[in-house]
Write a protein that binds this ligand. Structure first.
Ligand code: R5P
Length: 299
């Protein structure tokens, strides 16, 4: 297994679980910032797993990944399976206005059959990744692991709330995992990268505690705005928050803490070292190790 710097925190855990040795990777920088990447030539002929989380700094992590894939390909492994615990640049699968770039398309072109044979992703922002990428995509979810980690603390009368329509299926998955009957949704409009507006809430019988869930928390603006609207309309007895990808940039922690959540639960698809110690962090290492074992048997 070859790991980039975006997923070192997970690679060590996975190697331990699978009892495999680290494949040496050399990552150096030239003085002008260019990356210089090399992998262990012993990857030749292997069914190789290359792992990289495309979290911040995403552009560095993406270029590093492309160089890693190139270094691997030159040593002629039998197959290259790419494991992306967090798939960045996945927000846009279409233009919202003329003149915009479509980031997911660009990523799919970069990570195509010329570079990889298969891709494993965890809770991608858009389920369409399977049809957009031209290599086979294995979609995994951190929801069962996160739900399992908090099941003792989520009251049986809690309502699961999606902070936007796109997160409704995710909310239903949490409800199924935790055996919660009520699912509601916040109607959100994004103003820009840091601010969102809420135009309404849809759901019946929401009272008592609420569990607000999203695929990722970046600036915290979505959770902040949804929590404010929920407080105003439903006055919940407590607020809990769960998300798969804890990007937490800028003052995301403060924005969320403003609403005094009784619980915040995330997975470690990106490094979570800077989060408050009270946050529940569930590891996806076992999930990825199982997927690697399964794929290895199949190939
Ligand atoms: C958007 O549709 C996503 O599912 C998340 O709601 C969003 O990316 C979270 O970003 P932020 O924390 O900056 O609002």
């Amino acid at each position: 297994m070859v790991s980039g710097s975006g997923s070192r925190h997970l690679a060590a855990e996975i190697r331990e679980l699978l009892q495999v040795d680290a494949s040496e990777t050399r990552l150096r920088r030239f003085p002008d910032g260019e990356l210089d990447v090399a992998v262990d030539p012993s990857v030749a002929g292997s069914d190789l797993f290359v792992m990289q989380s495309l979290g911040p700094p995403i552009n560095d992590h993406l270029v590093e990944l492309l160089l890693l894939l190139d270094a691997c390909r030159r040593e002629a492994p039998r197959r290259i399976n790419l494991v992306l615990p967090y798939l960045g640049y996945a927000r846009k699968d279409r233009r919202n206005a003329p003149g915009e770039a479509v980031s997911l398309r660009v990523l799919a072109d970069l990570l195509g059959p010329q570079r990889i044979d298969l891709m494993v992703v965890v809770d991608p922002h858009l389920p369409q990744v399977e049809s957009i990428f031209s290599v086979p995509v294995e979609r995994l979810s951190a929801v069962p692991i996160i739900a399992d980690g908090i099941s003792d603390e989520v009251p049986p009368n809690a309502a699961v709330i999606a902070p936007d329509i796109g997160a409704m299926k995710l909310a239903q998955s949490y409800a199924d995992e935790l055996g919660l009957p009520n699912v509601a949704v916040v109607l959100k409009d994004r103003r820009d990268g840091r601010e969102v507006d809420v135009s309404g809430l849809v759901g019946n019988g929401v009272r008592g505690p609420v569990l607000l869930v999203d695929d990722m928390i970046t600036t915290g603006s979505t959770i902040e705005a949804a929590a404010a609207a929920i407080s105003e309309q439903w006055n919940p007895s407590s607020l809990m928050v769960a998300a798969s990808h804890a990007l937490f940039v800028e003052d995301a922690v403060e924005r969320i803490e403003k609403h005094s959540p009784s619980l915040v639960a995330v997975a470690n698809t990106v490094p979570t070292g800077d989060l408050p110690l009270s946050y529940h962090v569930s590891s996806v290492a076992g999930l990825l190790a199982d997927a690697i074992t399964r794929l290895n048997r199949r190939q």
